[in-house]
Design a protein around this ligand. Sequence first.
Ligand code: AGP
Length: 610
Amino acid sequence: MCGIIGYVGKRQAADVVLSGLKLLEYRGYDSCGMASIVPNKNAISVRKLPLKVAELEKLLKKKPLLGQIAIGHVRWATHGAPNQVNAHPHCDFNGEISVVHNGIIENYQQLKKDLVKQGVRFKSSTDTEIIPYLVAKYHKDKTLLDAVKETVGVLEGSFAICVMSNKEPDTIVGARKNSPLVVGIGKEENFLASDIPAFLKYTKDVLYLNDEELVAITKDSVSLYDFSGKKIDRKSSLVKWDHEQAQKKGFSHFMLKEINEQPDILENMLIHRLKNNQVGFEEMTIKDDFFREVENITIVACGTAFHAGLVGKYIIESTCGINVNVAYSSELRYSRFIPKKNTVLIAISQSGETADTLAAVKEIRKEGVKVLSICNVLGSSLARDSDGVIYTHAGPEISVASTKAYTAQIAILVLFMFYLSQIKNIGLKPNKETLLKKLLEIPQLQRDILKNQKGILSLAKRHSHFGSFLYLGRNVNYPSALEGALKLKEISYIPAEGYAAGEMKHGPIALIDEYRAVVCIATRSFVYDKMISNIQEINARKAKIIMVANETSETLKSFTKEIICVPATEEIFSPLLVALPLQILAYGIAVKRGCDVDQPRNLAKSVTVE
Ligand code: AGP
């Protein structure tokens, strides 16, 4: 997955594109580059290198790019190694066209063969490099917009592109198919980017492109078309995020900032979604009558979103008695989906751009199943591919490791449980008022946990030398164990496995010895005693135990001194609390080990390719 940006307007374009690339770097950072059209000469000039944006900034200081129109790119390599020649932008041989691209052109080999037959000599091993040659070919007798329109007509797969031509030095043409692209509308300037934070400090006025749409921007105009060339009139909208919000707010990493944002996000969500003890989703376009008939739910997601879905399963099944299946998107998209009667599909995705989840939704919609998505990015592809969407409004999640989006997804699933119980007149135990009162306490309980983050961070540092971790949980906190393990492994690169505690005796206990750290989630629950007996088995094998519990009783202290206390709450809401210490634990260990917490190796914030 990559990040692209284009700028045309009153400022020095290189400055704007560089600042945008810094805010897109979470999308990919194995190489980056920029191209501008040099004023008066109408020549395209390029600077690119297989390094991070900070190195590009140094290069630009030595060899500035002039001009008021430029495009830029940060890369997460899919085709071709991360090296100089494969970095974007890519140009045609004569340097008339320059392109940046996010996505995968699935039919590029055939198109490349055809171009080679026509005498083209490619420099890179990327799929992208065919695009400037195709545009140049059509541009001979067409405008840049029409040349790009012809080009995207022959491309298959996923792409968001920005294209410049030295023959039209005041225009950038963008196009999108299965990859995100948004327009930022300014005064005597306009922007194109993969994601809103890239231009947020310049404008909050955003126009979303749908799949298979083109846009031509100049400093004073934005013109939108579909791939057939038909003009589209669409209103722009003002985003609520400010530029500051997308920054770190004084925290050393985006991840720590985002961990600390969780109470406010949940509090705002409850304020806006709960009125007189009634749950409302103002953006919901699926009718209550449909949900009234729902008997089966399938949740589809990847990674952390999958873990949130698993928490949702326990919550909805235990309260509403509705059958919930949870599947990995990458598995479900290639499995035979047999829709049961009155099934709704819930697709969960922070970015709304995860290729596997988009593909699974597309496949299952063919079966006539209605799709409700839970997304964090307004106007994302998944939001547009669904029959209904509920936004988590967690604000931009910049750190690759998902934290605030995870608890926001769980909170939406809790509210959705109340929503279903309202529509279906399901009696809840304890009753709805009691449950809602407990739910409204959660943001403050999260704040109480965060007050102790320094203590958790020092515990983390004391355990950062362990070579592997096992995370154990039961029932609604079994997914908490999976998520805790994912957090640790993805940012500290330490092997970590989440397991249902009851599964210990079926294999994992063979791993337990004094060299292993075991994180046990032992909050009060109807399976608490079972969890304690698992901890006894671990303790007998001398493993290092870290516990997340509601108290530091003598029993628990007999197993370990390393107890992280979280306040007690309704069992089904406890994952909203347990998540925080496990996030901070992973963060502290990764920082101690000197890892790149916000941009871990090999990862990208949104996996927009298979
Ligand atoms: C989470 O920390 C990971 N970065 C990753 O597992 C992520 O949750 C997964 O790729 C799904 O992303 P999405 O929510 O944007 O679809």
